[in-house]
Ligand binder design. Structure first.
Ligand code: ADP
Length: 415
């Protein structure tokens, strides 16, 4: 099946075209046909399109809305000179898979989108007021372009973490807040944590029930998950993606009393403080320079910038602290997996996070860590390290495409 994977943000649409089916999933022979990003939808959009094996094409186009963006993708993919031989008309797209941020407590798996599912996604808007509406726009745009007959599947960022036990997802707040408003830990990046945990057990050739692993997704957003017997049993993001690790612009964990304190001192509303915690904090907030880890590392090395160093230090310390906590959660782990832009690309950050954890059985092999090639699956600990540390590139789009196929074919998602 040719699956169009859509990840719809407020003014950005990311897509991939992937050929996959149950046999291809089983023997890992899925094929990525194309990928791209359309930015600044609503005005003169910036369009980046890349067919597999070809150089990326950059253009601009006036695009009114998400529907116009999806139409552009299809026109491009079907064109004779696109470089995608297997797609010549809209009928060659067999299903659409959507990334949906919040599935609340209702969606524990990916699902084929019906009117009822769409209403369920709408019900979760109160939990993700910025994200779910744009995801819904993507679904509606695809319905308009492809018609109601084409199967569309929703893959939720939260679904993988729906196996968290009650003691891990409940906040110690008055219980009626959970009952009335569903205030609890949901967790995000579920597709990424699930994918790398799956790759890990493929690499080690172990069954799902024996997969005990701690996964760190370190990108612009960062989260960590404790996975026991293949299930997520704890994760650092909460009701929203703000909790947990230090991120590019998000604070991660703070004392909740700080919100009111800052509001009073700085004359801000609670909404403005929330924006400050989401957009002006984290690496950017501490360094005062950038949310980009690569630039921070360069500043630290080239100019010995004190606050760049500090931001890196706080980032790594928080991650290390969570690894310790999740070791306790999983009851000892076989492995730790790094993924995401920072996790995959920075040997220095991986080494800093793991430094001092030798007593826990984590012995990083400096040479392996330094020589790890991004884009590959790599072991970065010594052979006799009790806990293995891997770097595994995440591939959320591939998992979305595979789940789309599984849903359409009625195959189980627990594999
Ligand atoms: P997103 O969460 O938006 O998908 P990514 O997973 O692409 O983001 O991660 C982006 C982060 O990865 C940025 O902070 C970027 O600086 C960092 N990054 C990418 N390459 C490197 C590198 N070589 N060294 C350090 N950090 C890197």
């Amino acid at each position: 099946m040719n699956v169009l994977v859509l990840n719809c943000g407020s003014s950005t649409l990311k897509f991939q075209l992937i050929t996959t089916d149950l046999e291809q999933i089983a023997d890992n022979t899925d094929r990525r046909l194309a990928r791209g990003t359309i930015d600044r939808i609503g005005g003169e959009a910036i369009v980046l399109l890349e067919a597999a094996g070809r150089a990326p094409e950059r253009t601009t186009a006036p695009l009114r809305d998400t529907r116009a963006a999806v139409e552009l993708i299809i026109r491009w993919a079907c064109a004779e000179n696109s470089g995608i031989d297997t797609i010549t008309s809209v009928a060659d797209i067999h299903a659409v898979g959507h990334r949906v941020v919040h599935g609340g407590e209702r969606f524990t798996h990916s699902v084929v989108i019906s009117d009822e599912v769409l209403r369920g996604i709408e019900d979760c808007i109160e939990l993700a007021p910025l994200h779910n509406p744009t995801n819904i726009k993507g679904i509606q745009a695809a319905r308009e372009v492809f018609g109601g007959g084409l199967p569309q599947v929703a893959v939720f960022d939260t679904a993988f973490h729906q196996t968290l036990p009650e003691h891990a997802y409940l906040y110690a707040l008055p219980y009626q807040l959970y009952r009335r408003h569903r205030v609890r830990r949901y967790g995000f990046h579920g597709t990424s944590h699930r994918y790398v945990a799956y790759r890990f057990r493929q690499l080690r050739n172990i069954p799902r029930e024996q997969t005990n692993v701690i996964t760190l997704h370190l990108g612009n957003g960062c989260s960590i998950a404790a996975i026991r017997a293949g299930d997520s049993v704890d994760t650092s993001m909460g009701l929203t993606p703000l909790e947990g690790l230090v991120m590019g612009t998000r604070s991660g964990d703070i004392d909740p009393a700080i919100v009111d304190f800052i509001a009073a001192k700085e004359g801000l509303t609670s909404r403005e403080v929330e924006t400050l915690l989401n957009k002006q904090s984290g690496l950017l907030g501490i360094s005062g320079l950038t949310n980009d880890m690569r630039e921070l590392l360069a500043e630290a090395h080239e100019h010995n910038d004190r606050r760049a160093r500090l931001a890196i230090e706080v980032f790594c310390y928080r991650a290390r602290k969570y690894i310790g906590a999740y070791m306790a959660v999983v009851n000892g782990t076989d492995a730790i997996v790094f993924t995401g832009g920072i996790g995959e690309n920075s040997a220095e950050i991986r080494a800093k996070i793991c430094a001092g954890l030798e007593w826990m059985g984590i012995e990083v092999d400096t040479d392996r860590n330094d020589r790890y090639q991004p884009g590959t699956d790599g072991l970065i600990t010594k052979d006799d390290s009790r806990v293995a540390v891997y770097v595994i590139p995440t591939d959320e789009e591939l998992l979305i495409a595979r789940d789309t196929v599984r849903c359409v074919r009625g195959a189980p998602q627990r594999f």
